[in-house]
Write a protein that binds this ligand. Sequence first.
Ligand code: PMP
Length: 367
Amino acid sequence: MASTGTWPPLREELRGIEPYGAPQLDVPVQLNVNENPYAPSAECVADIAAAVADAATSLNRYPDREFTALREALAAYLNTDGGRGVTPDQVWAANGSNEVMLQLLQAFGGPGRCALSFAPTYSMYPEYARDAMTEWVVGHRETDFSLDLDAARALVEERRPAVVLLPSPNNPTGTALPPEAVSMLCEAAGDGIVVVDEAYGEFRRAGTPSALELLDRHRNLVVSRTMSKAFALAGARLGYFAAAREICDAIRVVRLPYHLSAVTQATALAALQHAPELLGNVDALRKERDLTVDWLRAQGLEVADSDANFALFGRFADRHAVWQGLLDRGVLIRETGPDGWLRVSVGTPEEMTAFKDALTDVMKADP
Ligand code: PMP
């Protein structure tokens, strides 16, 4: 290849770009990446360890490329949380929903095609598009972070995206999408794929349905989920989606051979057998979220309504100073979202008390 004048010879559009990543700092209270603060129980850990030990006896062999048992277990789980007869061949999984969505962009995006979402939203979306050489088109949310449905539909009809990414609840705002909005955008998208990213779906408030309920009605709808959040399994890296089986089949063309290791499959399967226990803290986290939102509002702050396990609050003239002030007091949150806003993940009651005490202190020092 001819000299690019720089080393290493990165693709032009990747030069100078900082890799994605929240700071991983060793501080006492970590409320920055929307993890579940509750570790798996001793019984769950023991079952995962036994399943991994069993898988280890045949690690000389490649794993089941079609992760058949895991697909069955994921389909069964989805049918307990909004799914209506999802079958194993309608389920796809990969190493985190990040990989799932990159695969969707690799299969359905590409040169000459575009992907679309509405900002502020998850900062990885434009990166999937870039990595799949897909044009990135961004619409905007209202000041309360909801979607103006007429404007959203008009943008979809005008740009005809190959993939629409609709997080519900949205990160970093916590905003859920009503089912009418999902249906309207699925119709507006024509043959374009509409991904409703329900990474935080299990935390949705009562009365907010999952887009899984709409799968039968829209063949272009993909509903993605993850075991990283409600399932408290971020370290295992398991994301998945439910969609028409033709969509699952199409992804098989772009996935790397044996992309889900035998260890990952064994871990996820063992964890799914503990679903009630792992999901047992979802209600407590929802309550803690609502208490946190109320408390922040009582301090005179603006807070976005949240259906997730985090809250976006502000607005601060110097949000970095507030973030740093909290960090100096041992509490790590996330400097993300529109200017002036900060995002805090919901932790244990003790962690939230530490957050509230630290924020009170910081606001007293520099209101
Ligand atoms: N979607 C959204 C909206 C997210 O916030 C995240 C993680 N922060 C993901 C997807 C990816 O999660 P994972 O790869 O751990 O499944």
